[in-house]
Ligand binder design. Structure first.
Ligand SMILES: [Zn+2]
Ligand SMILES: [Zn+2]
Length: 233
């Protein structure tokens, strides 16, 4: 219930921004929308990269969950999971979920849209959107700036839903259309990430993957990220 209220607040905040899109059509709105679609993809990849490689806190049972040998529907597993969830923060759980996605990719495709977006809304897009509401009230930015911001916030919010769509057979009709237009990354292109775990972290349209792959190689070279972070210990 709380998550739905959170999402409703975010949608209200986003709708409030649209009030500032006024006046005649401006070609810069199209340019801003494409730039924002790129930036949202870059953000999705950067957060994915960090969450994949940031080490989990050892000794709290996350490794027992990750390597659990039996059924994940058993009472024993569910009790263990509840105990571990009680010991870690929400952000630690988000990082664990990213790592857990690699051995069990299809589970993401079965998640609801609320589950897939609410932590992004809570930690990132709702605070940014409210700050942008206040910015609009104070400075009355031009319409193309607002369009760019709304596309960025909407794309960023839906990034894990788009990721889930890559691991789901049945999707709304606009998803395959946008893939054909190059506006969304395809499952085949995303599979490169799952086959390597060292490249192509972006999950919206993949446009930012070449740039982020360079960032990843640099972070690995200077050992800011290490392969040890990929699995809990
Ligand atoms: Zn990953
Ligand atoms: Zn995936």
């Amino acid at each position: 219930m709380k998550t739905r209220i959170l999402i409703a607040l975010f949608l209200l905040s986003l709708a409030a921004d649209l009030v500032w899109v006024r006046g005649p059509f401006d070609w810069r709105m199209i340019a801003a929308a494409f730039a924002a679609w790129y930036l949202a993809d870059f953000g999705s990849g950067l957060i994915h990269m960090i969450m994949d490689y940031i080490p989990c806190r050892p000794g709290v049972g996350l490794a027992d969950l990750f390597f659990y040998p039996g059924s994940r529907e058993s009472e024993d597993y569910l009790n263990l999971r509840d105990r571990v969830w009680g010991r870690i923060t929400l952000l630690e759980r988000v990082a664990y979920d990213f790592k857990n996605h690699h051995p069990r990719p299809d589970a993401l495709g079965r998640r609801s849209i609320v589950f897939l977006v609410w932590t992004t809304v809570l930690f990132v897009t709702l605070p940014v959107s409210v700050a942008f509401n206040l910015y609009c009230l104070a400075f009355h930015p031009p319409g193309w700036v607002v369009v760019g911001f709304v596309v960025l916030l909407a794309g960023g919010t839906l990034s894990q839903w788009f990721h889930g769509a890559l691991h789901r057979e049945r999707n709304p009709a606009f998803v395959p259309v946008m893939r054909r237009l190059g506006l969304l990354i395809t499952p085949a292109a995303h599979q490169i990430h799952h086959d390597t775990l060292t490249r192509d972290f972006s999950v919206i349209n993949g446009w930012s993957n070449p740039a982020l792959n360079v960032v990843f190689r640099l972070l690995m070279r200077y050992r800011v990220l290490t392969p040890a972070g990929l699995e809990p210990t």
